[in-house]
Write a protein that binds this ligand. Structure first.
Ligand SMILES: [Zn+2]
Length: 839
């Protein structure tokens, strides 16, 4: 039995290995060939087993300006792959007894302001000495180029503190290797390039390997780094850092690097007993370890070692599988790391996914920044935008003809209630059908926990992105109890709320939302709100508020939100900005003047606004003093707050016959005055809710109470972005806010340019709620996009037909996937939970 088993093994194994080798080479070749054709790889690759080259190839150019063809002998800047050569120099000097790994660095660099750091600490990145880049950038003069001696002098002068106590942690710092290079030069009294030439290049007979920096004469066959931006190549080569040596700036070819890598199995340079230490995990003072040796990462002890290198326009990797004696070397120029990444995955026999490319051509790009529309193509790679400009399709790329229409960033709805229906309707048509790709939930003081939002998105994937504030009323209910909110919170209760809120901020909440007009928060003190807003401020979050009043107490409410911004020192945003009291109609300019004054004082106050003359809320908001049986208050409401002839009740669970009727119509049915009808309706709701606890969709009113002239001014304010304040139905804004802004206010009334309108729906909205990397069409941004036709874009939702879909929204992308096309879902659900952007 044993014999048979070993027979099977021995006959199968070579076949398997052979298949795998073939596979590795053919996979690597097809992947790199495709990536090169797609401008994602320009470089050389070499794959060897037992020192025998099984695959080597050069893709592209050595210098894009001259078109010089790349060879497998072309020398690239190795960037951090240089570090293993510096470590080798140190090991050579140790064998020559010119230094010891445990020597104090100050023995050679006495001016270095740190005690008890050893050469070993430098080689293993355990010194704690910080990265030098920022110190040089902040202290350099124009045309100043850094050298090793200048770097040492900078550290001697500035004495930057250590990042951690030496030997207690691992942290990659290029400074370590610049110091090592200086130590070598001071000991040998020889430039580093000469030492490397004598001790490594000559003995190994390397042909294209040398140290090079901006002060040395340029070698003839070296590769120039570049980057590709919006389809155009630009030089990205040695810069003002590159008078230094040690951390980078070795040049070599894949052919030479194989000789170098093979030499590590021999004793051509140093003894194996010395070399072994380069491939051992570093030990900390407490004897725990980190998988880094002398210029090598240890993927698996005694098996796999690698190092990558990235600098300016160069991205490289050298990978050793010493168990199976396999070698991978990839050297590339450009700004794309896909070639290195995918070759590495194939070498490791790991699964990999080719990037998915889409090119949207023939569009007029309105990029969200407010700049004029321009003809361009937009390239997407997976979920991101990678290029905008004159672009031609690559092989294997999906091309979408935009038919000359407008391509804009997906709209961002900064005040939405659509989250409530996403579990049931993850296709999110109310939002997508008007071009909205991200909704901001947790409004008006009510929110779900961040954890539960994330869990819900995982459980039921959704077609749009969602971000959320944390609601003050929700915090109050958690601490004070659902039925105990009609009072101020105690100091102890505020402290408890702050603790809960802190955790939510850490999990990615955008900040604090309040709904101070509603009963659950109306009785909270300003100091409670400020205390919570300060917690949001600590985490660079924001404050957004349905203010304490939008009608009779509007001026006080505005004073309050300005005060909160001043005291808590954070950006504050007025939700669904409106002027809802007849007496105040026409005062938009005056109110905006007050806001401008606050901004001049340094308070970052902004607003969102939906483009309708009527709002949608509960009947109870018509009684700001919560005196629901007071006929005087009711009379004031029908005379001053709403137009009872144009304000529609919807829904109305206690009596379905009233749904869709105006207050005046219901009054006629009931044979009451309009004012008395308001009181009666609330009494009916009270009774109904007592009998049906838990039903939270019992009543609503679409209240006509704004003027178009005010709305135009509020929308036009430079610090107003657009929102819907919509859910899944009810008020037509749920389905039409963004398209109505475009069709009515922009294209018909011409209150602003279309570019300005798009900005208000995208980048300005993102800025106002603290969302990063969305809302602009530019490389690096998420591919949330809307293709629309300015000639036909139109909202169709009305009070009578509130869920009618808009015209003119042709296609919508969320995170690179088309989610909406021709007025229908594509049943793709790539929506993400978006955390607060880091400032
Ligand atoms: Zn609200």
């Amino acid at each position: 039995m044993k014999q048979i088993f070993s027979f099977i093994l021995s006959s199968l194994l070579p076949a398997l290995l052979f298949a795998q080798t073939n596979n590795t080479v053919s996979q690597m070749d097809s992947v790199l060939t495709l990536l090169h054709a797609q401008h994602q790889f320009n470089g050389t690759v070499l794959y060897a087993e037992k020192g025998k080259v099984l695959y080597k190839k050069a893709f592209g150019v050595a210098d894009f300006r001259t078109g010089t063809v790349l060879q497998t002998t072309s020398a690239f800047n190795l960037a951090s792959v240089s570090k293993q050569f510096i470590s080798m120099c140190i090991m050579i000097l140790q064998e020559e007894h010119k230094l010891d790994f445990n020597d104090d660095v100050q023995k050679y660099i006495p001016e270095l302001p740190y005690k008890k750091i050893t050469i070993r600490n430098l080689m293993t990145h355990t010194s704690g000495i910080p990265e030098y880049f920022d110190y040089f950038i902040n202290n350099r003069t124009p045309l100043d180029t850094l050298t090793n001696e200048k770097m040492i002098a900078l550290f001697a002068t500035l004495k930057p503190p250590l990042d951690f106590a030496t030997g207690t942690k691992w942290n990659y710092s290029n400074t370590n290797y610049v110091l090592l290079s200086s130590i070598i030069q001071r000991i040998t009294k020889m430039p580093i390039e000469q030492f490397i030439q004598h001790k490594i290049v000559a003995p190994l007979k390397l042909q294209q390997t040398y140290m090079y920096n901006v002060f040395l004469p340029a070698p003839t066959n070296h590769v120039y780094g570049f980057e590709e931006v919006n389809g155009k190549q630009k030089l990205n080569d040695l810069i003002y850092f590159d008078g230094v040596t040690g951390d980078g700036n070795m040049y070599s070819s894949v052919e030479d690097l194989l000789k170098w890598e093979q030499a590590l199995y021999s004793e051509k340079l140093i003894k194996q007993s010395t070399l072994q230490q380069a491939f051992m995990p570093v030990h900390f003072n407490n004897d725990s370890t980190y998988p880094y040796g002398f210029g090598w990462f240890i993927e698996k002890e005694n098996e796999l070692y690698w190092h990558t290198g990235g600098w300016a326009g160069f991205i490289n990797i050298i990978y050793r599988d010493v168990k199976n004696k396999r070698t991978l070397i990839v050297l590339s120029s450009g700004s794309n790391n896909k070639g290195v990444q995918l070759a590495r995955k194939i070498f490791e026999h790991k699964p990999y996914v080719l990037p998915s490319l889409q090119l949207i051509t023939n569009v007029s790009v309105i990029d969200g920044t407010g700049t004029p529309a321009r003809k361009a193509a937009v390239r997407l790679e997976n979920n991101k935008i990678t290029a905008v400009g004159e672009l031609t399709p690559y092989p294997g790329e999906i091309v979408i003809d935009g038919g000359g229409k407008i391509l804009a960033p997906g709209f961002i709805d900064t005040h939405s209630h659509l989250d409530r229906s996403l579990q049931k309707h993850p296709e999110a048509l109310p939002a997508l059908s008007q071009g909205v790709t991200t909704i901001v939930a947790g409004q008006d003081g009510g929110s779900d926990d961040i954890d539960s939002i994330i869990a819900a998105v995982q459980q039921t994937p959704i077609a749009i992105n969602i971000a959320s504030y944390t609601g003050q009323t929700t915090l109050r209910a958690k601490v004070m109890g659902d039925s105990n909110l009609h009072r101020m919170a105690t100091i102890a209760e505020i402290d408890s709320m702050k603790k809960i809120f802190t955790v939510e901020m850490q999990k990615g909440s955008l900040g604090l939302s309040t709904g101070l007009e509603y009963e659950g928060a109306h009785f909270s003190s300003r100091s409670e709100v400020i205390a919570l807003a300060k917690t949001a401020a600590e985490y660079h979050g924001r404050y957004i508020s349905h203010m304490r009043s939008e009608d009779i107490g509007l001026a006080d409410a505005i004073e309050e939100i300005i005060n909160i911004g001043r005291e808590a020192k954070l950006p504050v945003q007025i939700s669904h900005f409106k002027i809802a009291l007849k007496d105040d109609w026409g005062s938009a300019a005056q109110i905006l003047g007050a806001l401008e004054q606050a901004r001049q004082e340094g308070i970052n106050i902004t607003a969102d606004c939906y483009p309708y003359e009527y709002w949608y809320s509960t009947l109870r908001v018509l009684f700001p003093k919560t005196d629901f049986t007071n006929i005087e208050s009711a009379t004031f409401a029908v005379n001053e707050t709403i137009d009872p002839a144009a304000s529609v009740v919807f829904p109305f669970a206690p009596n379905k016959a009233y749904e869709g009727k105006t207050i005046n119509e219901i009054a006629a049915m009931r044979n009451e005055s309009a004012a008395q009808t308001l009181i009666s309706l609330i009494a009916l709701v009270d009774e109904y809710e007592k009998k049906n606890p838990g039903d939270d969709n019992t009543e609503g009113i679409i209240g006509k109470s704004m003027t178009n002239a005010d709305i135009k001014q509020l929308l036009s304010w430079a610090n107003t972005n657009i929102c819907s304040d919509g859910g899944a139905g009810g008020h037509p804004r749920s389905h039409g806010a963004f398209t109505r802004l475009l069709s009515y206010y922009v294209l018909q009334e011409k209150i602003m340019s279309i570019e300005n309108a798009v900005q208000k729906m995208t980048s300005l909205a993102a800025e106002h709620v603290g969302i990063k990397d969305r809302g602009v069409i530019a490389p690096g941004y998420f591919a949330d996009l809307v293709l629309f036709d300015a000639a036909t874009v139109k909202d169709n939702a009305t009070i009578a037909d509130p869920t009618a879909l808009s015209d003119g929204i042709l296609k919508v992308w969320v995170n690179g996937k088309i989610v909406y096309r021709d007025k229908a879902t594509t049943q793709q659900y790539p929506g993400m939970f978006i955390k607060r952007g880091i400032e």
